[in-house]
Design a binder for this molecule. Structure first.
Ligand SMILES: [Ca+2]
Length: 509
């Protein structure tokens, strides 16, 4: 019997934990499908194959650029002006290698296994610095070294008590900022380290390898052009995926997926420059609509009234661009002269058509982008309790609940302050709940809500606590006093009238 009861309790616990998990899931944490646009080469390694692949984003071709004779390549970095140098490490080996001009050389041998290698170009002097991390499985403080004149100098200690499990995945941005990912562990986290301060950026329920700091990566997301100004390329390990984490918007994009690759342990991206005007002759020009921030990508793309929409020229056609035309919701065609917004239009779906014409009259095929305008902040309903509340004694503990709804991009943020102090909220019954401790008197409750495209509004409520008990007590006070006086007098009189005590009986003989 007892064991059955225990089973029931465990089952219920699991059920409620699952419910709780479902309630706190962050929709913005879901990876967003995307593809690399523009001329770029994505490199990645698959440890079991000992191969470094290169994926050409423009042509969609995948080729093997390096195959280790023996050994499993765990980490690499493509360096040099046109990617002619390849630094790499083998799993469970002490050395750093460089593949250049057709041969492999060992450039350094460490006292322990090495995990990741990163080559960072110093923008000031144009020199390359080689960094590497030690490999030991992540169960003690980690270490990053820098090669100086052929020997290793300790560069940074990554304390376990600050970042938890860390198996050596890192990168150093040109300004010296360090990014680390947990590696093959779930949940996996991303940290930024600057001036010896550790800050957690994100957590995901799948392993994060890499990372690789990248700038100005152009993506195509749901038919739109998105530029990630600063991001981290992340090898998805056993998800056969390469991700891109946008350091500004905190979105995670899937930029490459290939189920034929067993495991992706490290990735790199080389973006090749391209000229904007007069590029491919004899071909029509190409343009792309770019949606700025705030923008939210759910099932569809949401923008606010102030989200800038920009049309960028990808190639200039013959003799350069003559004109770029656009039309909103099949309205009149306008000549594009710069950023525009959807302010003043109805909420919901809008269709933007656009194309370019070059100086030779070549016309780009009309393109269409669909965006949804969300110009209304979320609404708060059913706040309870509000107004005057009569209680038997104050201060009183009460649960304040309310609901928040947004018809567009969704509810992104909900804050509550009571008399100016922030109060913790928990999700409850499709709404929010705050446990309050209120003293007698007036209290101002302010709820601030924001949606995913930044529309926000505040709601203010007053809760007045009236203590009944206190009033009764004051009203009773003279009566209590009167009764006390009467009692005192009665006792005094009784004592006065009492006869003296009889003498004690004589002791027995
Ligand atoms: Ca909204």
């Amino acid at each position: 019997m007892a064991s059955w009861r225990r089973l029931w309790i465990v089952a219920l616990l699991v059920f409620f934990l699952a419910l709780n998990r479902a309630a706190v899931a962050e929709p913005q944490n879901e990876p967003i499908p995307a593809s690399l646009s523009g001329p770029s080469n994505l490199y990645f390694t698959s440890i079991w194959e000992g191969i470094i692949y290169r994926y050409n984003a423009s042509s969609g071709t995948l080729e093997k650029v390096f195959k280790a004779i023996t050994g499993r390549i765990s980490s690499f970095d493509v360096a040099g002006e046109s990617g002619e140098k390849l630094y790499f490490t083998y799993a469970d080996e002490n050395s750093l290698y460089l593949f250049s001009s057709g041969s492999v050389i060992e450039i350094y041998k460490h006292e322990t296994y090495v995990r990741s290698v990163r080559v960072v170009l110093n923008p000031q002097n144009g020199k390359e610095a080689v960094y590497f991390s030690e490999a030991y499985g992540g169960w003690k403080d980690g270490k990053i070294y820098r090669l100086v004149n052929g020997s290793a100098e300790l560069y940074l200690v990554i304390p376990r008590d600050k970042v938890g499990f860390w198996s050596g995945c890192f990168d150093v941005a040109p300004d010296g900022t360090i990014y680390i990912t947990s590696g093959n562990v779930v949940p996996s986290e991303i940290y930024v380290i600057k001036n010896n301060t550790f800050k957690k950026l994100a957590m995901y329920p799948f392993p994060l390898m890499g990372p690789r700091y990248v700038e100005n990566v152009r993506l195509e997301v749901k038919g739109l052009e998105v530029t990630v100004a600063r991001g981290l390329l992340i090898a998805g390990y056993n998800s056969h995926t390469v991700y891109l984490y946008d350091l500004s918007s905190e979105k995670l994009y899937v930029v490459y997926e290939n189920p034929d690759i067993k495991r992706i342990d490290d990735a790199d991206l080389l973006v090749t420059a391209q000229s904007l005007a007069g590029g491919g002759s004899e071909t029509a020009p190409t343009t792309q609509l770019v949606v700025g921030e705030p923008m939210y990508m759910g099932e569809v793309i949401y923008v606010s009234e102030s989200t800038p929409l920009k049309i960028v020229i990808l190639s200039g056609g013959e003799g350069g661009i003559k004109d770029v035309m656009y039309s909103i919701d099949s309205g009149e065609w306008k000549s594009y002269s710069g950023i525009f917004v959807l302010k003043g239009l109805e909420e919901g779906r809008h269709e933007i058509k656009y194309f370019a014409v070059d100086e030779s009259g070549n016309k780009e095929e009309e393109k269409t982008a669909i965006v949804y305008l969300d110009s209304t902040a979320p609404s708060v309903s059913d706040p309870s309790p509000t107004g005057e509340i009569t209680v038997t004694s104050a201060p009183v503990s009460l649960n304040f609940t309310f609901k928040v709804n947004d018809g567009g991009s969704g509810v992104a943020e909900v804050r509550l302050t009571v008399d100016g102090n922030p109060v913790e909220l928990t999700k409850h019954d499709g709404g929010y709940l705050a446990s309050l401790q209120l003293a007698e008197g007036n209290h101002t409750l302010i709820i601030e809500v924001k949606d995913f495209v930044g529309n926000s509004v505040t709601y203010a409520y007053t809760v007045t606590i009236v203590s009944e008990h206190k009033d009764q007590f004051y009203w009773l006070l003279p009566i209590v006093a009167a009764i006390a006086i009467v009692l005192a007098v009665v006792i005094y009189m009784k004592r006065k009238r009492k006869p003296p005590l009889p003498p004690p009986p004589p002791p027995p003989p």
